[in-house]
Structure formats: structure tokens, C-alpha cells
Design a protein around this ligand. Structure first.
Ligand code: ADP
Ligand code: MG
Length: 262
């Protein structure tokens, strides 16, 4: 290794070290002056570091799939306010430890938006963890059985943004509801949660099975929060209907068609 490569290694400028000859050739070819060349090299290193950080953050977040905000089609979901999504994408809500609740029927893009906002959070240097509500309470219950509940609560309290998907698809048992409450209380005003659910908040006492507990949970969750109610039909079914696969299936907005039984 040349002394320059050793220096780049000691400064952890690994992208520069690996691609130095090519980058210097490119700078020479473009006839950059010294100042331009230094800036060009540092930009390459920064882009590489950002790319690595985002990849690492995404691996740690455990998203179920990758979707971005650019891939969200607002035209097909008029109840979603693009301005509100853009505001959330600035991640100010994370800096302020506020929560986000995305509610709506299946297929309207709740998980898509949750993943996309999670990716924005990673780009903004926040740690993110994505987990389904069922997996979250199962993990807490197991930790409690093993006498490690405190450690697990600390684990789930750590990420700056905790995304809990599908709250309310399955009602929680009393113990699960209690564990969920403990986590919400631990994160309250310290770190943001993004919840998705298919039932309006007014029905969450049925999800958590206990009116007192649900009041305590909602009190903390909704104190500083952004709630988005997504109405409308499933994107997946809409796509199928468009392609003619599901001609007779009524959409939620339309209600049953008079001729749907024929
Ligand atoms: P859910 O609301 O049940 O969580 P998803 O977010 O998983 O639904 O959406 C189901 C599928 O439809 C995903 O592949 C998602 O990317 C896609 N989808 C939903 N809404 C939109 C939309 N408005 N624009 C683009 N894709 C969408
Ligand atoms: Mg979903």
C-alpha cells in the first residue's frame, strides 16, 4: 500500500482508498482544479458512507418489504393528504418524539406508508425497528416468561422510531395488553411510535379488552400524535378490478352492486 492509501485507511476514507486511481483519473479527465478535485473526492466518500449507513439501518429495521414514498400513488387514495405525508417525511415528528397512527381498511397502503416513512427516518439518521403488533407482544410475553422483560422493554424502547404494524387485527389478551401498555409508557415522550391499524381508535377497547388500560394507552399515544384515517378501497383489489379480473366485486365506497348476485 502507498503512504497515501495508508493515510486514507487511517482516516477511514475507505471508498477513496479503494477507488483512488479511478477517481484521480476522472478528476484529471474533467480538468478539475485542486479545490474542485478535493470536493469531488469528499463527495464520493460521503455518498459511500451514506449509502452504507442507510443499508445498515434498513437491515436493522427489518421491514417486511421495501417501498418508497415515490411509489405511493396519491391519485388512487384521495383520503391521504400528500401535504401531511410530506410533513411526516421531514421526520420532525421523530425529533419531537411524537407518534403517528395510520388507520384504515386492508390494502389502502398503511404498511407501504409506514415502511416509506421508516426509510425516510433512516435517511435522516434515526434508528428504526419495524414489527407487527402480534410479534411484538409475543416477544414481550416470552421475555417475561424467561424473566428478561426489562431487557426486552429496553430493546424496544431504543429505536428512535418503533413501527408497530397491524394493531387490532387480533384482539390482545389481558396480559398482552398490559405488556403493550408498559412499552408505550416507557417510550412516552422519549421516542416516536408509528402504529398502523384497521379499526378506529374508538374501538380499541375491544382490541385491548380493558377500558381502563386502553384509556391509559391512548392517553399517552395520542397526547402528541398525528392521526391519518385512510378511507377507500384496497389498492390490490383496485388493480385487479382494473385489469378485469374482479369485475363483479363491489368496492367499499360503492357498496354492493344491484346486479352483483346475477
Ligand atoms: P395495508 O393498508 O393493508 O397495510 P399495504 O400498504 O400492504 O396495505 O398495501 C398493499 C399493496 O398495495 C402493497 O404492495 C402496496 O405497495 C400497494 N399500495 C397500496 N396503496 C398504494 C398506493 N396508494 N400507491 C401505490 N401502491 C399502493
Ligand atoms: Mg399492512
Amino acid at each position: 500500500m502507498t503512504p497515501l492509501e495508508i493515510l486514507l485507511g487511517q482516516l477511514r476514507l475507505t471508498a477513496l482508498r479503494e477507488r483512488l486511481d479511478n477517481l484521480l483519473d476522472e478528476a484529471a479527465k474533467k480538468e478539475m482544479n485542486l479545490r474542485e478535485a478535493v470536493q469531488f473526492l469528499l463527495e464520493v466518500e460521503l455518498a459511500s458512507k451514506t449509502d452504507k449507513r442507510v443499508k445498515m439501518g434498513q437491515a436493522m429495521a427489518r421491514f417486511p418489504y421495501q417501498k418508497s414514498l415515490d411509489q405511493y400513488d396519491y391519485a388512487s387514495q384521495p383520503s391521504v393528504d400528500p401535504k401531511q405525508v410530506r410533513e411526516l417525511a421531514t421526520c420532525r415528528f421523530i425529533a419531537n418524539a411524537e407518534n403517528v397512527v395510520l388507520l384504515g381498511p386492508p390494502g389502502v397502503g398503511k404498511t407501504h406508508l409506514a415502511v416509506a416513512l421508516g426509510r425516510e427516518a433512516i435517511r435522516h439518521c434515526h434508528s428504526v425497528l419495524f414489527i407487527s403488533a402480534a410479534a411484538l407482544v409475543a416477544s414481550l410475553a416470552k421475555a417475561q416468561d424467561d424473566g428478561r422483560l426489562d431487557d426486552k422493554l429496553i430493546h424496544f424502547a431504543k429505536p428512535k422510531l418503533l413501527i408497530v404494524d397491524e394493531v387490532g387485527y387480533l384482539p390482545f389478551e389481558k396480559r398482552a395488553a398490559h405488556l403493550f401498555f408498559q412499552l408505550v409508557a416507557k417510550r412516552y415522550e422519549k421516542g416516536s411510535m408509528l402504529l398502523t391499524g384497521n379499526r378506529p381508535v374508538s374501538e380499541w377497547d375491544q382490541v385491548f379488552g380493558d377500558a381502563v388500560l386502553v384509556t391509559a394507552i391512548l392517553d399517552r399515544l395520542l397526547h402528541h400524535s398525528h392521526v391519518m384515517m385512510i378511507k377507500g378501497t384496497s389498492y390490490r383489489l383496485k388493480e385487479k378490478r382494473k385489469s378485469g379480473l374482479l369485475q363483479n366485486l363491489p368496492s367499499v365506497e360503492e357498496g354492493p352492486r344491484p346486479d352483483s348476485t346475477k
